[in-house]
Design a protein around this ligand. Structure first.
Ligand code: SF4
Ligand code: SF4
Length: 441
């Protein structure tokens, strides 16, 4: 049985633009890629190559052995042209390795594992995840090897595989579940083997009946269950998902593992399968390209480091000048100022909107009318209007008392606010002003 979570919204999902679009896997190779040294939460990589070196597709080109990190790999074969700062999704420049394609199809060879899932030890699975540079592909980009290690040490009892993909427009995980369910289910079996848990649940929202069917058929007989969850945003949020599956709440300030749960994205599972059974590091991912300004929306299998510009071009360009480009979904994603930014490991979507619609406009226009809608919509049971009032007056101690640190920046409050107040921006600002560990209340 699925439990529901309090709050949430039902936005116009607009997934029909690409929900039935088969993943395009033959996109022409880019002439050049930029592989950022940091595509994960934690310490950036150090380059393992220098300008002028020839690198092969799949070759590790950056790593960091100390601290939380995940190695990076060349996604094309060619010459290292530069190692220099480049624009990133955060709006700042950060170092990346620029590789010029030499047009050859030579690949770095890693022998695939040929045994059964049950032949692998936890340490071996974690080592595969690390060497392949796998990170959480649902958005967080937390290094998977570190999450597996912590979950193993903490002896979690429930593993949740997240196939909800609750953000509007995005259909990358949906198509992955339909088109390569075996990779995902075997990846889930690998995680189960690594962590030694019995309880593994794949969660899919009810608006993806074909994905539910493939997940159910493929996991039949494996002991992995598939749970249909109601379609409600943000169903794919970790804490909302845990509540939906177990009925348990992650207490304020705590993590899923504190109540025995670990959550992995479906495409992270598929990447683990590829790393072990195909010898492939994480050098490609599925990206949904959509929005009212895109001529031919599609799901594309894209090499990491490919410029946004190349994806839009492949999708027929723009029907009109986009007034807004977003990566990561319209609710929780971030607006981008350039199409020269490279796709990274957690780029699930690239959206371009024409001025005349396809997205709610968020322009602050009025004062709070005390309608309470933001509180009813907040899935974290916060009081957005009160936090907002304190944040704009720089009263961050009050914001901390109102548990602003628990805000997941889902945007539900701003979506329902009739005054169109910049509630999420206020939450982000307040969170950034509160030191780790909180302020004295
Ligand atoms: S953005 Fe934060 S305050 Fe607003 S609804 Fe989401 S969790 Fe609640
Ligand atoms: S939804 Fe907007 S107007 Fe209504 S109480 Fe919240 S902040 Fe105020």
């Amino acid at each position: 049985m699925a439990f529901s979570f309090r709050g949430g919204i039902h936005p116009d999902y607009q997934k029909e633009k690409t929900a039935a679009s088969v993943i395009v896997s033959n996109m022409p190779q880019p002439e050049e890629v930029v592989i950022p040294l940091s595509q994960h939460i934690g310490v950036p990589c150090e380059p393992l190559v220098k300008v002028g070196d020839r690198v092969l597709e799949g070759q590790m080109i950056g790593d960091c052995q100390t601290g939380l990190s995940a190695p990076i790999h060349a996604s094309i074969t060619g010459k290292v042209k530069a190692i220099e700062p480049h624009w990133t999704v955060t709006g700042i420049k950060a170092p990346g390795i620029v590789i010029e394609n030499d047009g050859s199809d030579e690949k770095w060879e890693e022998a695939p594992f040929e045994g059964a899932v049950t032949d692998l030890s936890p340490d071996e699975i974690i080592a595969y995840a690390r060497n392949a540079g796998i990170v959480g592909m649902g958005g967080a980009a937390f290094p998977t090897h570190a999450k597996l290690r912590t979950a193993l040490d903490r002896k979690v009892s429930t593993v949740i595989i997240n196939g909800c993909e609750c953000e509007p427009f995005i259909t990358a995980d949906h198509r992955a579940m339909v088109e390569y369910p075996r990779f995902i289910v075997t990846g889930a079996e690998l995680i189960r083997q690594c962590l030694g848990v019995d309880d593994v649940v794949i969660c899919v929202e009810s608006n993806k009946p074909d994905a539910l069917a493939t997940m159910r058929a493929t996991s039949d007989g494996t002991g992995i269950s598939v749970l249909e969850l109601p379609t409600k945003y943000p169903q794919g949020g970790e804490k909302q998902l845990i509540r939906a599956v177990t009925g348990r709440e992650v207490p304020p300030g705590k993590l899923p593992m504190d109540i025995g749960c670990a959550v992995f994205n479906v495409d992270t599972c598929a990447s683990l399968y590829r790393a072990i059974y195909k010898g492939q590091p994480l050098i490609k991912r599925v990206v949904t390209v959509s929005g009212s300004a895109v001529a031919s929306p599609a799901n594309l299998l894209v090499r990491i480091g490919t410029a946004y510009r190349d994806l839009f071009k492949f999708c027929g360009g723009f029907t009109s000048d986009p007034y807004k480009i977003i990566t990561g979904g319209p609710m929780m994603g971030s607006a981008q100022h350039s199409v020269d930014i490279p796709v990274v490991k957690n780029t699930s979507s690239l959206l371009a909107f024409a001025e005349d619609g396809g997205e709610e406009g968020f322009s602050e226009s009025d004062v709070c009318i005390r309608c309470g809608r933001c509180m009813a919509a907040c899935p974290m049971r916060l009081q957005p209007t009160k936090i907002y009032e304190n944040a704009v007056l720089n009263r961050f101690g009050e914001c901390a008392k109102l548990n602003v640190q628990d805000c997941i920046e889902c945007g539900c409050c701003a979506y329902v606010c009739p005054a169109k107040l910049y509630l999420v921006q206020a939450m982000r600002m307040a969170k950034s002003q509160i030191p780790r560990g909180g302020v004295k209340k």
